[in-house]
Design a protein around this ligand. Sequence first.
Ligand SMILES: Nc1ncnc2c1ncn2[C@@H]1O[C@H](COP(=O)(O)OP(=O)(O)O)[C@@H](O)[C@H]1O
Ligand SMILES: [Mg+2]
Length: 385
Amino acid sequence: MDSRIVPVGGTIGILGGGQLGRMMALAGRSMGLRTVVWDPAPGPAGEAADHALWRPYNDTEAFDAFVSLVDRITYEFENVDYDAAMRLAAVRPVFPPPELLRVSQHRLREKDTARRLGLSTTPYAALQTVDDVSRAVREVGLPAVVKTVQGGYDGKGQARASSLEEAVTAFHTLSAQGVLIYEKRVEFEREVSVVVARGENGHVVTYPPTENHHFNGILDYSLVPAAVPQTVEVELIRQAEALADGLKLVGVMALEFFVGRDGRVLFNEMAPRPHNSGHWTIEAAFPSQFAQHMRAVAGWTVSAPRLLAPSVMLNLLGDLFMEGLDRLPDVLTVPGAALHWYGKSEMRPGRKVGHVTVVADTVEEALDRARRVKALLGGGWNDGP
Ligand SMILES: Nc1ncnc2c1ncn2[C@@H]1O[C@H](COP(=O)(O)OP(=O)(O)O)[C@@H](O)[C@H]1O
Ligand SMILES: [Mg+2]
């Protein structure tokens, strides 16, 4: 297998056709990297890539076509087929290594791996049978969050429990989807994420911790720099670097953490790809998480990111645009606002269809501008900054 770095004009294959693939393709294109997207279903990456294959991952013709077109391969979300990634890895370099897919596709494996590599997590236990529930309640404690270990995202496949009865109910509600993880609920002060990049030569760089606010289980807005003390920031970055090194990351990965009221930093989950909470890096950092990812995947140098301005990123969900898009350009009347639209074919409630990033001289001003963006879009559609 040819492991030379990808030349300018070379091609990166992207498994997955969503907005992350779209933003990877756009970032790659500006550096002379071509892209080919492969996804069973058409998605917004298609418009930005040089070529798209909308075929199942077990389609052998699509496999051959994809391989013949690309120098190296990456993926834009962690639920792409692991077996397909492994088959591809036999003939082309796949970055991040498919092992990161295997780990991040399974919440128990993910937390076990994180602990083995020196990260801290909330106490947790596996639930295989209903008998495991009472033991978990006793040993891990209450209140708890019960989650499917596979396939969950945006808060889906989760239930909260404050008593043994509720935990049993959660088990019965979710167990048809396989093994569950029972986690002690964290009384966190803040949720933060860290985007970390690692090059093929082992050089690791991190973006400043980002503060995340969810609404209905979906990321609502992110702001940077996060309001965490220096000691917490140091620990967040230590844990992010330990995971990136331990897993031999090549590319960009994001880690989600809880920061407790006592300043404790607890790892929650990882995504071996650019992350929604890093979208602000397109305007407010150099290089963006997408450019950094493409650089690393191509075998090029990753560089220590520079934060250019405090910023707030707001997600735009399909709910907002069921009745038309007329108001959307109005957000650009707010100074420092940048609009990103993914061009999805369907505007479903809860579906991420775009985002707005605002930059400013201070976090307060960025938050103020983000509120103005929300008000222009009709406000009141969720919690908001
Ligand atoms: N153990 C926990 N304690 C407190 N809150 C939690 C816990 N696990 C999840 N949550 C909340 O639910 C959100 C979604 O859970 P997460 O594990 O990140 O799954 P996903 O983002 O894949 O849906 C988190 O961002 C957090 O707000
Ligand atoms: Mg999450």
